[in-house]
Design a protein around this ligand. Structure first.
Ligand code: ADP
Ligand code: MG
Length: 687
């Protein structure tokens, strides 16, 4: 099927096929007078030849031509694509109905009986030309519509610039019958995409495009409208054969972001229809490329966004782990609750120990449901106070562990504000084990107290010993004088007896005072000792000998347990250490008035020499344990105890860098443990 050679009646070309020359010329004259161009032939072969050489718009065919049957020619024209829609008007001598029917069946468009009226002839040919033109127009717009619909649908799916240029170039190449077709877009400054369909219809990249020239044009003012070029100098496509180019800018929002270029070998191949198609395709492509650029931008920003989110998440996670490591490394047990009393932090130390709870069982839970061993009312009051006042609360607590060990804790409840303007949002509870500090403080206080008492005792002893010596000397002198009868003049024998008795009393009480002052002296002297290397086993054995000697009348069984190998040496004052062991053993014997076993044992353990003095006596009441080391504390009857034994012991051992501990169960017995540091290397003394 080909387009009518001419669209207007004035310039239409008619082919007249008529054997008889006169009639043929008459017909030519009629049509030429009517403004048509008329070609004439006398038979069918000549007609076919001329149709192939020159485009005709209509055939006027005489049914009576010689040779090939006119109806056969008619059928042939219909069968060939190039002439299938060309109107054929037949002229016939016969007006028989059967003749007409044959003619229409062979494809004729009109049937005129001779002789015909010239006016009728012209008007019927004109009418045929018009309807052919209308049909052609219809076919043309159908084709355009289909092309645009197909392209639109294709572009909807072309979201990537590469797909877009390929589809536009491909469809336009097909739709216009161009020999070359190129589509090109620049969506951002650094991305140019193009596609060219060449003569063979294969797609290529931008190598066939004069990119610089094209971009220069797109940047110029000229790119506001399509451009038709016949000067090869200016062509956008690198190819020598084509003679005409038509380029349409892809404009959107005032910017030419690409172009659609078609090329033809002949100027007449680029008709109005082709231009319209390319214009419409360019419009659609401009919109699609705008959408594509939006999509690219959205995709880019979503990738950046995703990367940014990933980066921030990783950062936050690292920060969280860091913070967690900090609170886990603190030598404190720590947890935090929010204003709903939900646990939001729980460090590693809070997981450890007897009262430790795993983090997993605590986080996110209500604090009162987790710390069930604590008094709920007290705990909630403490928290409430901190939330309300915003001030730190500190409490010292004492806890006895399962093994009887006493632990001291400093519990702080610290208010926390997430933003500075608001109220307390969280409370951090921190528990610090201050046992060592508390014990050290207690030891220092005790040592200071003992030192003060020691100084006092030394002073008192110094002042009292002299008068005591005088008093006892006087009493003894008077007694001997009494014996010599110096007081025989005293009248009554009763008075003499009184005198004797009183003197005896003075002497014994003075003695008692002496033993107290001697004890005080020991106590104050505990600090002024002379150290030498010694084996504690020797000290124990000599103490035991003295004890056995003193306690001969008691029913106490003595056990001495020292290791066979010599103990590591330690540096100390043998006399003082012996005194300490004797003091402990004496107390033990005193605690077993009805007999029992006294065991003194020694061993080496972890760099220290340990001596245990244990008895099976009455034991010490728990409330007295803290007091027994105080000077003058005694539970013994007046005259029997001075309450200085343990105080002296304690002083001696502290002075030796050691310690004295006690463990006692009333009714079962008591064990005192002396711990003294061994000398690590001979010659190195710790004193
Ligand atoms: P004293 O023996 O003069 O009373 P100490 O300082 O030696 O003074 O002892 C103080 C107190 O400690 C004793 O009175 C006694 O109550 C108690 N005590 C010391 N050792 C023992 C022991 N082995 N068994 C029971 N109680 C003891
Ligand atoms: Mg004693």
């Amino acid at each position: 099927m080909s387009a009518p050679a001419s669209t207007a009646k004035e310039s239409a070309t008619l082919l007249i096929v008529y054997e008889e020359e006169d009639a043929r010329e008459r017909l030519r004259k009629i049509f030429e007078d009517a403004g048509y161009r008329a070609l004439t032939v006398s038979d069918a072969p000549a007609a076919l030849r001329i149709i192939h050489l020159e485009p005709c718009d209509l055939v006027v065919l005489d049914l009576e031509i010689p040779g090939v049957d006119a109806l056969a020619l008619c059928r042939l024209l219909r069968a060939q694509p190039a002439t299938s829609t060309m109107p054929v008007v037949v002229l016939s001598d016969s007006s028989a109905e059967s003749r007409k029917a044959d003619a229409f069946a062979a494809g004729a468009d009109d049937f005129i009986t001779k002789p015909s009226n010239p006016d009728e002839l012209v008007s019927r040919v004109t009418s045929q030309l018009r309807s052919a033109q209308r049909e052609w127009d219809l076919i043309g717009s159908n084709r355009e519509l289909r092309f645009l619909a197909d392209l639109g649908r294709d572009l909807l799916r072309a979201i990537e610039p590469e797909q877009l240029v390929r589809r536009v170039a491909g469809s336009t190449y097909e739709g216009t019958g161009a020999v070359l077709c190129a589509a090109f877009v620049t969506l951002s400054t650094d991305s140019e995409t193009g596609c060219v369909f060449d003569r063979e219809g294969s797609a290529e990249d931008t190598s066939l495009i004069h990119l610089e020239r094209l971009q220069k044009w797109l940047a110029s003012e000229g790119a506001s409208a399509p451009i038709l070029m016949t000067d090869k100098q200016n062509f956008f496509l690198r190819e020598d054969l084509h003679l005409v180019e038509y380029a349409v800018p892809l404009r959107f929002g005032g910017r030419a972001q690409g172009a659609l270029v078609v090329a033809f070998d002949r100027r007449e191949d680029l008709g109005e229809t082709e231009c319209r198609l390319v214009d419409a395709a360019a419009q659609q492509a401009a919109l699609a490329s705008h959408i594509s650029s939006l999509y690219q931008a959205a995709r880019e920003s979503s990738t950046t966004l995703a990367k940014e989110v990933d980066r921030r998440t990783a950062e936050a996670e690292a920060q969280r782990r860091f913070t967690e490591a900090i609170i886990d490394s603190l030598p404190l047990s720590l947890y935090a609750v929010d204003s709903e009393y939900r646990i939001v932090a729980w460090n590693r130390n809070r997981e450890l120990g007897e009262l430790g709870i795993p983090r997993g069982s605590a986080l996110g839970k209500n604090i009162f449901n987790v710390l069930t061993l604590q008094n709920r009312e007290v705990l909630s009051e403490e928290f409430a106070r901190v939330f309300e006042s915003g001030e730190i609360e500190r409490i010292e607590q004492e806890a006895t562990r399962a093994n009887g060990e006493i632990k001291h804790w400093l519990i702080s409840k610290i208010p926390m504000r997430i933003d500075n303007s608001g109220g307390v949002s969280h409370v951090i509870a921190v528990g610090e084990d201050i046992t060592t500090r508390v014990e050290a403080n207690q030891a220092v206080a005790r040592a200071e107290k003992l030192a003060a008492i020691g100084r006092l005792a030394a002073g008192v002893v110094h002042e009292i010993n002299n008068p005591l010596a005088t008093i006892s000397a006087c009493a003894e002198a008077l007694e001997s004088r009494l014996q010599e009868g110096a007081f025989s003049k005293i009248e009554t024998a009763g008075a003499l007896d009184d005198l004797r008795e009183y003197l005896g009393l003075i002497r014994s009480e003075t003695f008692r005072c002496k033993s107290i002052t001697n004890g005080l002296l020991d106590f104050s002297r505990a600090r002024a000792s002379e150290h030498a290397l010694l084996d504690l086993a020797d000290v124990i054995h000599s103490a035991a000998r003295l004890l056995a000697h003193q306690q001969r009348d008691r029913h106490v069984d003595f056990q001495i347990q020292t290791p066979n190998d010599p103990l590591p040496p330690l540096s100390g004052d043998a006399g003082q250490l012996q005194q300490a062991i004797i003091a402990l053993a004496t107390n033990a014997v005193d605690a077993m008035p009805y007999g029992g076993t006294l065991t003194i044992s020694a061993r080496y353990e972890g760099g220290d020499v340990l001596v245990e003095v244990s008895d099976t006596g009455v034991g010490i009441a728990p409330e007295n344990i803290a007091k027994i080391f105080e000077p003058f504390f005694t539970t013994k009857e007046v005259g029997r105890g001075t309450g200085l034994g343990l105080a002296v012991c304690y002083g001696i051992l502290t002075e030796h860098g050691g310690s004295l501990d006690v463990q006692s169960t009333p009714g079962i017995g008591t064990t005192f443990t002396i711990t003294l540091p061994a000398v690590k290397e001979i010659g190195e003394s710790k004193a």
